[in-house]
Design a protein around this ligand. Structure first.
Ligand code: ATP
Ligand code: MG
Length: 360
């Protein structure tokens, strides 16, 4: 056997505690508490491997106490005096691993329940840690992609476009110098026109890859550019109302917010069936809020809550995940035929926080 298993028994009935005590021998060490307050104190000082919790306590209700353990990944087995399905269901919903009816306790049942509760709690902790790592990895990848896009955009702007301008100018000079040589003049004009097209395409690509105004002039300027872009390319009129410029936001966060607004505006184009949307940017209670509002067909939000990223689309799911890493959140107010109000919230101080996921 390995290290002793440290149990905390929380029950105000001395007789019931004695019954459990007798059933448990080695490898269990048992601490006992008759009140919820004392149990919390003991759990803080000697982190138990498992808690056996009577749901009726004199000071704090067992169900109220339960999350205080489960949030720290301490497995809890509820001890019930009589079988009460509602209490049991509620306890399991709050994260209890198992329940045992006091009048029917046996050594085998108790040991089995403790072992399985500890195993389940440890698996839950592993899964949540892995999920957190995956979120951080996804965020690091997004930021790495963003930086790469910016780098390519800069190369296009600072090098490729300058070369193209040079070619265009020389073609123009050749055309001027070639009076009397019709064919050469014609070729020079054709070259000038082709270069003009190449410059136009690379300029669009530069801005689409990473809008320079986002880095030079900030989020609001970039959102205004986005509004024009949506109108020109998708026929969506976007009205921007900004009560804050959000200059304090870190560049990574500003880039993320820009991408999220773009994603939400694409949703309006794809799903809402209207040609207008509004973007509001304001501050409230030390938080920055951005709302993207449309008065289109809306949707049933319950459908999204029950669907994973594969059942619904990936867009809203990915917005939630990426925001969570910056301490932000997304709420969606919608109903069929009632439009959509998508609200992004981020704490102002997170704007100055370091990049999640490190310097990818
Ligand atoms: N503005 C909107 N108006 C109406 N329905 C919407 C709106 N935004 C989202 N929806 C509904 O919510 C669903 C989920 O949106 P989400 O952005 O997650 O996925 P998607 O747009 O379908 O696909 P993806 O974003 O992965 O390309 C959509 O399929 C659509 O039914
Ligand atoms: Mg989408």
């Amino acid at each position: 056997m390995g290290a002793p298993v440290h149990l905390l028994l929380v029950d105000d009935d001395e007789v019931d505690r004695e019954r459990v005590r007798r059933l448990l021998g080695l490898p269990y060490t048992l601490q006992e508490s008759a009140t919820g307050q004392q149990a919390l104190q003991l759990a803080r000082t000697h982190r138990p491997d498992c808690v056996l919790l009577d749901y009726r306590l004199p000071d704090i209700g067992g169900l109220e106490l339960l999350p205080q353990f489960t949030l720290s990944y301490i497995p809890v087995i509820i001890l019930t005096g009589e079988e009460s399905p509602e209490v049991i269901v509620q306890a399991m919903r709050l994260g209890a691993q198992d329940y045992l009816v006091k009048g029917q306790l046996s050594q085998m049942g108790l040991v089995h329940a403790i072992n399985s509760a500890m195993e389940k709690a440890s698996m839950r902790r592993d899964i949540e840690q892995k999920n957190q790592q995956l979120r951080e990895l996804a965020s690091a990848l997004t930021l790495a992609e963003q930086r790469e896009r910016r780098r390519i955009s800069q190369v296009l702007h600072d090098h490729v476009q300058q070369i193209l301008y040079g070619i265009q100018m020389r073609a123009h000079l050749i055309a001027l110098d070639s009076s009397g040589q019709d064919e050469l003049c014609e070729q020079a004009h054709a070259l000038e026109a082709l270069t003009h097209d190449a410059i136009r395409i690379t300029r669009t690509l530069t801005v689409e890859l990473s809008p320079p105004m986002l880095h030079n002039e900030g989020l609001v300027a970039a959102l205004r550019w986005l509004a024009n872009h949506m109108a020109d390319n998708y026929g969506l009129t976007v009205n921007i109302r900004a009560e804050t410029d959000y200059e304090s936001g870190s560049e990574d966060l500003q880039v993320l917010l820009f991408q999220l607004v773009r994603e939400l505006l694409f949703n309006v184009v794809k799903h809402a069936g209207v040609k207008q949307a509004q973007v509001l940017l304001y501050e409230e209670d030390k938080r920055v809020l951005i709302e993207v509002v449309d008065h289109g067909c809306g949707f049933d939000p319950v459908r999204l809550m029950h669907g994973g990223p594969d059942q619904a689309g990936f867009g809203l799911y990915s917005i939630r995940e990426r925001l969570a890493l910056f301490g932000g959140s997304l709420t969606i107010d919608t109903a069929p035929n009632a439009g959509v109000r998508a609200r992004i919230t981020t704490p102002i101080q997170s704007a100055c926080a370091s990049t999640p996921g490190g310097d990818a």
